[in-house]
Design a protein around this ligand. Sequence first.
Ligand SMILES: Nc1nc2c(ncn2[C@@H]2O[C@H](COP(=O)(O)OP(=O)(O)OP(=O)(O)O)[C@@H](O)[C@H]2O)c(=O)[nH]1
Ligand SMILES: [Mg+2]
Length: 493
Amino acid sequence: MAADAEPDPSIVIRIVYDGPPEVGKTTSVRALARSFGRQVFTPEEQNGRTAYFDWMEHVGGRFDGAPIRCQVASVPGQRRWRPRRDRLLDQADVVVFVGDTSAAGWSGSRASLRRLLRRLARRDGPPVGVVFQANRRDVPDALPLAHVRQEIGAEHVAVIESVAIDGTGVREAFVFAIRLALDRVREEQRRGLESGHTRAEIDVDDLLTDLMFLEQGDDDERVTDLMFLEQRDDEGPVTDGTTACAAVDDDAPLAPTHEVPSGLVWPPIEGRIVLRDASRPHARGHGDAAGNWVVSLAGDWQAHSAADAVFTDRDEGRERLVAWARAHTSALGLLSRQRCIALAETGDGRWRLWQVVLSQPSLREHLAEADGAVDVVRRLGAIGRALAEAREASASSVLCPPCTLDTLGLSELGRAIYVGMAPPAGTRVADAADEASLARELAASILERGGDLHAVRAGLLRAADVDFGPRSALRERLLLALDIHEHAGARPC
Ligand SMILES: Nc1nc2c(ncn2[C@@H]2O[C@H](COP(=O)(O)OP(=O)(O)OP(=O)(O)O)[C@@H](O)[C@H]2O)c(=O)[nH]1
Ligand SMILES: [Mg+2]
């Protein structure tokens, strides 16, 4: 970067627009620049194709009191410029991936996204967030968005629709990308990797460096809607439209949204993407008998907040968030990935700690879907192994999530995953269900679903103990529990 006479107090974030060739990257950056009244610098184009990059700068919002300077670059999409593309990607704090969601362009975009994610996964430091800007929604063969989301699957990638030629969705994707970039900066600071205020010393390629005179030529820092990112720790909570209401006529707390300030969501980048997928604007909790708050969010997402997880002091709430995040980390291999925790304003000047979790099929539901006696026995074995695996992982974690038929599920590979709500921070919930009571519950479920009980018993007799998990007596206990149920007059089928 050209040396300034005065030290630059701003915090720099690098937003890179990536995507396959001719998908609309340049069109997106130009639409963005128009909406901010900025200029785009494009060093060279060949027949309308980007040769180096498109470059735009914009200052707006604050991060810990420092102005945020956004440096936006789009990559050249043609294969022959791949080294330039990779160089830009390696500088990114966040990537807006412009994808072609027309039927004709989808497979190329999907492959390109995979390549991007592989590359980003090799980066050091906190993860680099990705916003998938689902472009070309105006064309006749545009794929249904649900299909696009399904294909992107479990990747932690936010999806936002766009029509870059008229600017639709472009700014929304950009604003969300900035939030993810600030999460990354915050996480870098937390890990002591980089001091926020030295980030201006970026190592961009020579061309990029030479062209940064643009930032000196424009003193007209417009007040834009990025000002909502303004965050002054010394001045109390963020005041943005969705999460902060000065006065509310309802006692129920507001559920967290993707606009929670950076540093108040875990995991830092993926968690914000979860919040965006789950968010239902202005959703409020419903109290249960114990004073806990529960909210049904978009799709199958649920938010939960314990009765006492409320704080008048944001820092105190944040301490609890950090402790809980550590506990989550200790059980990372067991927890489902579709979850996050966040500290959000309640709407009455306080802060509440939430967890947001995607509902997924439990072991109990897995058994209920069995088709015939052989399948029942097979599923019982998988459930037994999952329970054994989960109990071991839970016992060695700080979080100690309770392993039950309702809180555990199975991954596609048959591994145990914890799909329930995590226990509150700082508590160690005793694992109530021992193997004998789990066997009784399973036996009751088998009887309840009906079918050929004798065939199930015969299958269990033929099976080996080890099929139900190492050192497991579940098979024997199940046989015993089935006998007891039957002799007690339960309905055999
Ligand atoms: N119908 C439609 N056309 C689009 C859309 N976005 C971009 N285009 C068109 O797609 C073509 C390529 O757009 P660019 O923005 O130059 O693509 P690019 O990704 O920058 O291409 P490279 O720099 O060569 O990788 C142009 O003709 C755009 O007008 C869109 O949302 N809908
Ligand atoms: Mg281009």
